[in-house]
Design a protein around this ligand. Structure first.
Ligand SMILES: [Zn+2]
Ligand SMILES: [Zn+2]
Length: 392
């Protein structure tokens, strides 16, 4: 079932003079907080006119690269590698600096604060992940990845942290209170840097988006790491947002599209590409199979392609058709072999995905279910608020 309408633009917040790196809609309030490469931290409150105006505009010494908020504790990551911990008053009019963590050697890419346990998790371009306790500011553990660490997700029930890196790997580590944490595994599948991660503790799934233009659903719990690939964007996917109650995933690409994926829809894991020296349909050898080509005096050099539905290695003549394959996460036409093309059931072709042209290049997003609001920071440094109730 394809639901709905378009997102409705309700407000534009103008003020930042460089890339907006993170925006957070303040829970239970008509306010949001943003940080930017223009070195400012801004708190915006909705006034009686309906417009948002800053109540705080704090200029820092460095570009402000990341942000976390919980229970009026505000953590701000900087280009220099340090993290400032502020307490913000309940009226959102004043902030007080409590502590500075000298945590990373380079830009702090992402932060998570767990207020219940007073844990601060951070990743940086110095390729490290750090885990701190907020009461003393002491470091509880660290992990070094092989590439820049760009984003984070955390499962507060089982204490798994997920670290997305520049090479496309997602490192999974387990935080054990009172001991060094354990490295679990690296999830491999993306072919480009990981831009954002979201953990859904109810469904035990991890959502990731990447510069490789795709979004992945990782079924971590029962699915044992099964990955479902979602392909619709034609450019880098910069950020994602998730509406858990209706199980809708919003992805934002620099192709200026907001795509809404219904995760209740049945989908199949991506078919693994098979390797073969000959076409698995007509049995003619591929061009590198020199020995057979010589034996058979066959000068018809065959290139290898793959059917996106069954994964078989086939030649061009045996895969002349293209089709969308929504069940396999392809919302645009891709190569399929002849037998698959003739057999695709009607159900597999039905798409539940909504595409909206938002006409801006998003840099970061945040979603608030209670307000049905989506905040989108864009490459023009403006933050836009959309009412997305019609999409849900
Ligand atoms: Zn063939
Ligand atoms: Zn096929």
């Amino acid at each position: 079932m394809v639901v709905g309408g378009s997102p409705a633009l309700v407000s534009q917040l103008v003020g930042h003079t460089n890339t907006v790196n993170k925006v957070i809609l303040v829970p239970n309030d008509s306010a949001l907080i943003s940080v930017s490469d223009d070195r400012t931290l801004r708190v915006w409150i909705r006034r009686s006119s309906g417009d948002y105006w800053p109540s705080i505009c704090q200029t820092l010494e460095w570009c402000v690269s990341s942000l976390a908020l919980e229970n009026f504790h505000l953590f701000v990551g900087l280009e220099s590698g340090s993290i400032n911990h502020y307490k913000i008053t309940e009226d959102l009019n004043r902030i007080t600096l409590l502590r500075i963590y000298s945590s990373h050697q380079m830009r702090v890419s992402d932060l998570i604060y767990d207020g219940n346990r007073d844990w601060l998790l951070s990743v940086g371009k110095d390729k490290t992940f750090h885990w701190y306790t907020g009461d003393t500011g002491r470091r509880l553990g660290s992990y070094v990845a092989g590439a820049w660490c760009l984003c984070l997700a955390f499962d507060r029930i089982s204490n798994f942290a997920f670290i997305g890196d520049y090479s496309g790997g997602i490192h999974m580590v387990r935080l054990e209170e009172g001991e060094e944490f354990k490295f679990v595994t690296t999830l491999k599948g993306h072919a480009g840097s990981i831009r954002s991660l979201i953990w859904d503790e109810e469904e035990q799934i991890l959502l990731s988006c990447s510069a490789d233009k795709s979004v992945f659903i990782w079924e971590i719990g029962e699915g044992k790491g099964n990955a479902i690939q979602l392909n619709c964007h034609r450019e880098r996917v910069n950020d994602i947002a998730y509406c858990a109650p209706s199980r809708l995933l919003f992805s934002f690409g620099i192709d200026k599209k907001m795509i809404v994926w219904n995760l209740r829809t049945e989908r199949k894991p991506f078919a693994l590409w098979q390797e073969s020296n000959e076409c698995q349909e007509c049995s003619l050898p591929f061009f590198w199979n020199v020995q057979r080509i010589w034996q058979e005096k066959n000068v018809n050099f065959k290139r290898q392609h793959h059917c996106r539905r069954c994964g078989r290695a086939v030649c061009g003549e045996c895969s002349p058709h293209q089709s969308i394959l929504p069940w396999y996460g392809f919302e645009y036409p891709v190569r399929v072999c002849k037998p698959c093309y003739q057999d695709i059931p009607e159900d597999e072709l039905r798409s539940s995905t909504q595409t909206h042209n938002i006409l801006i290049e998003p840099s970061c997003v945040d979603f608030d279910y209670s307000k049905k609001l989506m905040a989108v920071g864009a490459s023009d440094n403006v933050i836009r608020l959309y009412d997305v109730a019609a999409c849900l």
